[in-house]
Design a protein around this ligand. Structure first.
Ligand SMILES: [Mg+2]
Length: 324
C-alpha cells in the first residue's frame, strides 16, 4: 500500500521554496542531506521520541509502509526509541497488541500516553479524592484499576432548564477534573466540569491531549484542546497539561526518562501544533513527517518561529537504511 503523500507536487520541491518571513532558519529536508550531513544528524541524538498515529500507522489505512523497518534500523544503530502519543482511546493492552501485530517490539513503559501519565502524576502527589473525567472509557478504567474514585456516569436528556438542572449540578465533593479526548462529550458534562472548578479553587484541573484539531479520515475535527480552552477561559484557570504539547508532560518525560541533554533527543511527529511545538517546548530536535495532519503547503503558510521543525521528511520509512 502506498503511504499517504499530501500533494502531487514533490514535497522537497515545495519545502526548498519555503520562504516564511518568521522562519529565517531554513528547514532541512532529510532526503537532501549529503552523506556527511546525514552522519552528523545521526550522531546528534541518542533518544528518539516518536508519535504513533499518522507516523507509524494511520487510523483508517493501517500501517505506514517502512515504519517498522525504520524503527528496527534506528535501534540497531544504537538509538533508544520511546513512543509519545496523545491517544488514550484504547486500553494499553490493545495498543501493545497493535505494535506486536505490526512487528514492532515494545515494552509498556516505552509508551507515553495521557491516561497513564495522568495516573502516574496522581499517584506521585498521593491524590485521594473524587475525580470527574471527560475522557474515554479506557482512560477511566485505567484510573479505576489504579484505585482512584470517579464520579458516576451522567445519563440524561433535557429540552428545558428544569430537566437540565440535575444534569449540570452536583454536590459530589470532586477534587480533580480531567479532560482528554471524550467522543461522548456533552454540553452538560462541560458545564458540570466548569461548576466543579469554579466552586472549589483547590480542585485540580488536569488536561491530557492538547490538540485543538485532530485529523480523522483525512478531515479535521475539533480536538480536546479546544474544549480544554473553553474550561480555561470560563474558569480563568490554566490546566496542568500532561499530554502533547503540555509543559507538564515535558517535566514528566524529562524526569521519567532521566533526560539530561534535551538536544540529544529527536522528536518525530506529524503535527506542527502537537508534536513540533512540544519538541520546541522540551528543547528537543524535531523531525516532521508528512504522512498525517501536515501538508507540504502547510509548511509555507502555517509555520511560526516557535513551530518550525529542524528537519522534514515524507515519512518515517525514510530513516530505514539512512546511512547506507
Ligand atoms: Mg500524530
Amino acid at each position: 500500500m502506498e503511504h499517504k503523500v499530501n500533494s502531487e507536487k514533490s514535497s522537497s520541491e515545495l519545502i526548498s521554496k519555503l520562504e516564511h518571513p518568521k522562519n529565517p532558519i531554513a528547514i532541512k529536508y532529510l532526503n537532501e542531506l549529503t552523506l556527511k550531513q546525514r552522519q552528523d544528524f545521526f550522531d546528534s541524538f541518542d533518544l528518539i521520541l516518536c508519535d504513533c498515529d499518522d507516523v507509524i500507522w494511520q487510523t483508517h489505512h493501517g500501517l505506514l509502509p517502512g515504519s517498522p523497518e525504520a524503527i528496527d534500523y534506528l535501534k540497531r544503530q544504537g538509538k533508544e526509541v520511546i513512543y509519545v502519543t496523545n491517544n488514550s482511546l484504547s486500553p494499553i493492552d490493545m495498543l501493545l497488541k497493535k505494535f506486536e501485530r505490526f512487528g514492532i517490539e515494545v515494552k509498556k513503559h516505552e509508551i507515553v500516553f495521557p491516561a497513564q501519565t495522568i495516573c502516574d502524576y496522581l499517584k506521585s502527589i498521593q491524590f485521594d479524592g473524587l475525580i470527574f473525567c471527560l475522557t474515554s472509557e479506557a482512560f477511566k478504567s485505567l484510573l479505576r484499576e489504579a484505585g482512584f474514585n470517579l464520579v458516576d456516569e451522567l445519563v440524561g436528556y433535557a429540552e428545558n432548564f428544569q430537566d437540565f438542572h440535575p444534569l449540570i449540578n452536583s454536590d459530589d465533593p470532586v477534587k480533580a477534573v480531567i479532560i482528554d479526548t471524550d467522543l461522548n462529550l456533552t454540553v452538560s458534562k462541560l458545564i458540570r466540569a466548569h461548576g466543579y472548578l469554579r466552586k472549589n479553587p483547590e480542585c485540580l484541573f488536569i488536561g491530557g491531549a492538547g490538540d485543538t484539531l485532530n485529523t480523522v479520515g483525512g478531515k479535521d475535527i475539533i480536538g480536546p484542546g479546544t474544549f480544554m480552552s473553553i474550561l480555561e477561559n470560563t474558569t480563568q484557570r490554566k490546566a496542568l497539561v500532561l499530554g502533547k504539547p503540555g509543559v507538564g508532560l515535558r517535566d514528566f518525560i524529562m524526569d521519567k526518562h532521566k533526560i539530561k541533554n534535551a538536544r540529544r533527543c529527536l522528536f518525530i511527529g506529524d503535527s506542527i501544533v502537537s508534536d513540533i511545538r512540544f519538541a520546541k517546548v522540551c528543547g528537543f530536535q524535531s523531525l516532521l513527517v508528512l504522512t498525517g495532519t501536515t501538508t507540504p503547503e502547510d509548511l509555507k503558510s502555517k509555520l511560526t518561529e516557535t513551530d518550525t521543525p529542524d528537519y522534514v521528511s515524507e515519512c518515517l520509512g525514510d530513516l530505514n537504511g539512512f546511512l547506507s
